[in-house]
Write a protein that binds this ligand. Structure first.
Ligand code: Q9C
Ligand code: ZN
Length: 704
């Protein structure tokens, strides 16, 4: 009888809040211009949830405007005032002009109300979930929020809705007992605004997974890299998983969950989870170029439901394919409602680059989160990243930064797999890799055209001698490399290296659009610790008649002479002195490729060691005698930035004399070379396209 009575009581149905309010559709482009972030986004999701009978199963909520005092925990008085008033009559004539002062922002008469409602809505649902009135909630809000910073709107975002709600819970509602908040930002873009708000704050663990593309993907700021882990008390409480390229999908995100997010969340044990739920990493999104399926989102969300007693608040951020976002939110809603879900396992294995990124993130954070110090599983089936050609061909994808040489990524190993050509690498990209996959052998018989790096330690080695060549680092260089790997300098670039993806070829190996030969990369392939723009009082010139890499046309040099009437742009990379030497070697073609075995060999000794650094700090320049006939044999010391020396490399003064006399040709850059410089300046937000082109043309046209 007891047994018969022992029925499992029905689990209390989940109370899922669903906030939709047509008033947030008022924010739209002023003259009906097309824009990806438009009111139809909310309506498409709302229609789908109603059509599927989801809306009626949720607790319906209406939007409420956020009060200024709550927004003020995140934004400046000025910013709040401007966002409040931007819709008023007095701004009728200046609204567009103000919008142009921001990056990727429009305003209309409805913007103020929508922005206040969006922030207020996330507060509203977060409060109800925190109070236990709801088990979880979805806030369908716009404008989105995660790019908005303390004093500025950007990236379609006016107020940082999620940050406002997090601060509300922490500061205004101690009664609700929320002391630790996890923010998961799975929008395809970095949540730069949210990161900044909580950078020193351990009460908020901020996790963002986003396309980074070596710093070229919107918002294209270096702080999206995995090196940014928080500061002071917040050290370790900021986690970035920066993809190297598009096309990441379910398997890549699940890997980031399993090997980074979930172990940390388990240790952190948050009281509530706020999801910055952009759906622009969804399959079919016109801006994201990634491919998470609705199933994938459901699985990612399910994995989070195991924490914070399932208290999850989802707030919409980006997502620009109406069908994709509707289906994705639908899948998430079913998860929150507790519907049975049959998960299809991902069709593709994760990218090889995904493994590398995850490894780098874990490495960066392992002292803060000891669970991350364990070894990752070996022999995982992975796939090689898309070939550059694949990506150039992929249209319909907003290029927030060019998709670049995705074949060559940062790897800790020193093996290079040589593949024949783009056709082969394309074939490869479609193949699964595993230890006994004989496909790799097929490539070995082909001629060498492109280099591809591949991590051997974490992926399961490809030791087929016929396809693997190595970078030879001589025993002699072990000492200087280990010494110089601990010293940082700012490498100041003024030519094609101003475009970060191109510079990264010197670090990670490979080539990008416009380059005819690949670079071998540095021994240490870690990304720069920082980047920064500056101008310097040196004349930019274009000299020589052709280069092996860029073809016909001159390349950039800085006149080593200071001239205070000149102003040249430089983009600086904080790298180790060891890396600087490897860049210098490559610029001067000192890395030798042995024709016998295809191995590449680095010089035994550095060009710039500690004593050279000392010499330069007093003499401001160092002419490198051992390579006096090379083009970039002159290292300039341009001063200091945060106490680290700024170094650049250019031609010797004697070459300047030869340009003046006509012995050496001054000649304008090739189209592709100029385009690379322009991309650097434009993506670095230094100049617009036209200004950048004229900057180059002027420098190229002037005589010395
Ligand atoms: N080349 C969100 O998804 N793109 N914002 C600018 C410039 C801006 C995306 C393109 C993308 C903003 C919330
Ligand atoms: Zn986005």
């Amino acid at each position: 009888m007891a047994a018969a009575a022992a029925r499992v009581p029905p689990v209390a149905a989940a109370r899922v809040g669903l906030l939709y309010d047509e008033r947030m559709c008022a924010h739209a482009t002023p003259d009906g211009e097309e824009h990806p972030e438009n009111p139809e986004r909310l309506r498409a999701i709302w229609r789908k949830l109603n059509a599927e009978g989801i809306a009626s199963r949720c607790v319906a909520l209406k939007a409420k405007e956020a009060e200024d005092k709550y927004i003020a925990s995140v934004h400046s008085k000025n910013h709040i005032k401007l966002m409040r008033e931007i819709s008023s009559k007095k701004y009728d004539s200046s609204r567009n002009k103000i919008a142009r002062k921001f990056n990727s922002i429009y305003f209309n008469k409805g913007s103020s109300e929508s922005a206040l409602l969006a922030a207020g809505s996330v507060i509203e649902v977060a409060e109800k979930v925190a109070a236990g009135e709801l088990s979880s909630a979805i806030a369908l809000v716009r404008p989105p929020g995660h790019h908005a910073e303390h004093d500025k709107a950007m990236g379609f975002c006016l107020f940082n809705n999620v940050a406002v709600a997090a601060n509300y819970l922490l500061n205004e509602r101690p009664d609700l007992g929320i002391k630790k908040i996890l923010i998961v930002d799975w929008d395809v873009h970095h949540g730069n605004g949210t990161q900044k708000m909580f950078y020193n704050d351990p009460r908020v663990l901020f996790f963002s997974v986003h396309r980074f593309d070596y710093g070229s993907f919107y918002p294209a700021q270096g702080d999206a890299s995995h090196c940014f882990i928080g500061e002071e008390a917040g050290n370790g409480y900021n986690i970035n998983v920066p993809w190297e390229h598009g096309r990441c999908g379910d398997a890549d995100y699940i890997a980031a969950w399993d090997h980074v997010l979930l172990p940390v969340v388990e240790a952190y044990d948050p009281d509530i989870i706020l999801v910055s739920a952009g759906f622009d990493a969804a399959l079919g999104d016109p801006l994201g170029g990634c491919c998470i399926t609705p199933n994938g989102y459901a699985l990612l969300l399910t994995k989070l439901l195991g924490f914070a007693q399932g208290r999850i608040v989802m707030a919409l951020e980006g997502g620009y394919n109406l069908r994709s976002i509707a289906y994705s939110v639908f899948a998430c809603a079913k998860v929150l409602l507790g519907d049975k879900f049959t998960f299809n396992s991902p069709e593709m294995p994760p990218f090889e680059s995904t493994w590398r990124v995850i490894q780098a993130v874990r490495n960066e954070l392992k002292t803060c989160w000891p669970v991350l110090s364990s070894k990752l599983p070996k022999n995982v089936t992975l796939r090689i990243g898309p070939s550059p050609n694949d990506l150039y061909a992929s249209s319909g994808c907003e290029s927030d930064g060019e998709d670049v040489n995705e074949l060559s990524g940062a790897v800790s190993s020193v093996n290079i797999i040589q593949v024949a050509d783009d056709a082969v690498s394309e074939r490869l990209s479609k193949m699964k890799l595993d230890e006994d996959n004989h496909a790799m052998k097929a490539t070995s018989s082909c001629s060498t055209a492109e280099q591809q790096q591949h991590p051997t330690d974490s992926v399961g080695a490809h030791n087929d001698a016929s396809v693997v060549v190595s970078k030879r680092i001589s025993d002699l260089s072990v000492t200087w490399r280990s010494v110089l790997s601990r010293t940082y300098v700012w490498y100041s670039s003024f030519g094609s290296n101003m475009w970060k993806p191109r510079f990264m070829c010197y670090i990670q190996g490979g080539k990008v659009e416009g380059m005819s030969i690949p670079c071998c990369g540095s021994r240490d392939t870690s990304s720069p610790r920082g980047t920064m723009w500056k101008t310097v009082p040196h004349r930019l010139l274009f000299g020589r008649s052709s280069t092996p890499c860029w073809g016909t046309g001159g390349v950039a040099f800085l006149n080593p002479e200071i001239n205070y009437n000149e102003k040249s742009y430089v983009f600086m990379y904080k790298i180790t002195l060891e890396q600087f030497n490897d860049v210098l070697f490559q610029e001067n073609r000192l890395v030798l490729e042995s024709s016998k075995d295809g191995n590449i060999e680095y010089p035994d000794s550095p060009l710039i060691g500690s004593s050279e650094m000392e010499f330069m700090s007093t003499n401001k320049a160092l002419h490198l005698e051992p390579i006096k006939d090379s083009w970039y044999s002159n290292v300039l010391y341009l001063g200091k930035e945060d106490d680290l020396p700024i170094l650049s490399m250019t031609c010797p003064s004697s070459d300047i004399e030869r340009y003046k006399s006509g012995e050496l040709p001054l000649s304008p850059p090739s189209k592709t070379y100029a385009a690379t410089l322009i991309k650097g300046l434009v993506e670095g937000n230094q100049l617009d396209e036209a200004e950048a082109a004229s900057y180059i043309n002027v420098a190229a046209a002037r005589g010395l």
